[in-house]
Ligand binder design. Structure first.
Ligand code: PLP
Length: 401
């Protein structure tokens, strides 16, 4: 079976992990800050904190921003459940802003309408979490303008977007946001096994998250409420967690990170192959505006023809039967049983997307041969269904304005 995604670990990655295994520090050693510095410098952010998952990083981002019961957090419905769960961990309410069918990202026009109404009813969100779906940045300039107008914080869920760019700047610079979160799960762009990171330019948020990552404990005498009893002394000042990453993982991450540009270039080349092969077929794909350079964590196609939509399930089953591990990213989060009992803003576009979408295999070690097989099988299935009408290109949202 050709999977939809998988990691690429080379000998150098393995050696870096072995070095740590033979060293004095398996955790809380020097490799973690080294990895953090490497990522922060590349992205152009002041601070970075590695954690045991992006989920943990999202949780602490919201905690550090003071999100609590009674607050609202808005995000995209087209995401993994962790984006919105992080708000629920803080006791906040969550709501979903519909997506655009060109970029599969949160629709900022819909967001603006919702913000206008929320301002009247005094129900504005405290935080908005844009999700850079598939590695394609949300229009962060426009979102920043809305954040300034309606006074909310921005936490970028860039789990898919390590190595992506927005106006030539790496995602993670936090130029337009308060915090940015990366995931290092094996299907994502680079991996630490499990792991994540949060970046910020705000020293106060950095300090808070640093403490919350490890039980809310500080060992820094400058931060203590009283004179230390002795050299053993530490203070717990908040109810934190154990969200620490290990040096073993950081070694893998740090080594993988040196290969980031190679990974993204390969993903982009493979995405280009798909696009070239699909011109003229009754399917569409995520449109990349000129302002953005996607890291292509995912390559999602949508079946635009209503006849194909009726065959959505069959199309997935048929690809899997032919050894192609297609997947669907994502089930709109509010459809999950756990979320079902609340009322949310309607998201018709996310529903439409869900009825059409298919994630095709895309990862750096996908061979041209396997990719050709994927393309060929999809074309065969479509021609067997006798649905090959061409559809005009969809319009792209202009981000340069
Ligand atoms: C993978 C993912 C997460 C969670 O990442 P973990 O590192 O597995 O906790 C959160 N948000 C999105 C959009 C993701 O794809």
């Amino acid at each position: 079976m050709i999977p939809y995604g998988r990691q690429d670990i080379n000998e150098s990655d393995v050696q870096h992990v072995i070095e740590v295994l033979k060293s004095a520090w398996l955790t809380q050693g020097p490799t973690i800050p080294k990895f953090e510095k490497q990522v922060a410098e590349y992205c152009g952010a002041k601070h970075a904190l590695a954690m045991n998952s992006a989920t943990a990083a999202l949780h602490l981002s919201l905690s550090a921003l003071g999100v609590k019961a009674g607050d609202s957090v808005w995000t995209s419905p087209n995401t993994f459940v962790a984006s919105s769960n992080s708000a629920l961990y803080c006791g906040a309410n969550v709501n979903f802003i519909d997506i655009e069918l060109q970029t599969f990202n949160m629709d900022l026009n819909v967001l603006e309408e919702r913000l206008k109404k929320a301002k009247e009813t005094k129900t504005l969100p405290k935080v908005v979490i844009p999700v850079h779906f598939g590695g394609l940045s949300v229009d962060m300039k426009a979102l920043r303008t809305l954040a300034d107008t309606y006074d909310f914080k921005i936490v970028e869920d860039a789990s898919h977007a390590v190595g992506a760019k927005f106006f030539s700047q790496p995602v993670g610079s936090c130029r337009y946001s308060d915090l940015t979160v990366f995931s290092f799960h094996p299907v994502k762009i680079i991996t630490t096994g499990e792991g994540g990171m949060v970046l910020t330019n705000n020293s106060e948020l950095h300090e808070k998250i640093f403490q919350l990552r490890s039980h809310g404990i500080t060992r820094d005498p400058k931060l203590m409420t009283k004179t230390p009893d002795g050299p053993w002394y530490y203070e717990q000042q908040a109810l934190g967690f154990n969200y620490r990453i290990t040096d073993i993982q950081a070694a893998l991450g740090s080594s993988q990170f040196t290969r980031l540009e190679e990974f993204v270039a390969r993903r982009r080349a493979l995405a280009k192959n798909y696009i070239r092969a699909f011109e003229g077929l009754p399917i569409s794909w995520q449109k990349e505006p000129a302002s953005s350079e996607s890291s292509y964590h995912l390559f999602v196609i949508c079946f635009k023809d209503s006849r194909l939509r009726e065959q959505h399930r069959f199309l997935h089953e048929e690809m899997i039967r032919r050894g192609i591990g297609v997947n669907l990213h994502y089930i709109p989060v509010y459809k999950q049983p756990y979320y079902k009992n609340n009322s949310y803003f309607p998201c018709p576009q996310a529903e439409e997307y869900y009825s059409q979408a298919m994630s095709l295999p895309l990862f750096p070690t996908l061979s041209e041969k396997d990719q050709s097989y994927v393309i060929q099988q999809l074309k065969l299935i479509l021609s067997d269904l006798k649905i090959t009408t061409e559809l005009g290109p969809l319009e792209i949202r202009d981000m340069t304005k």
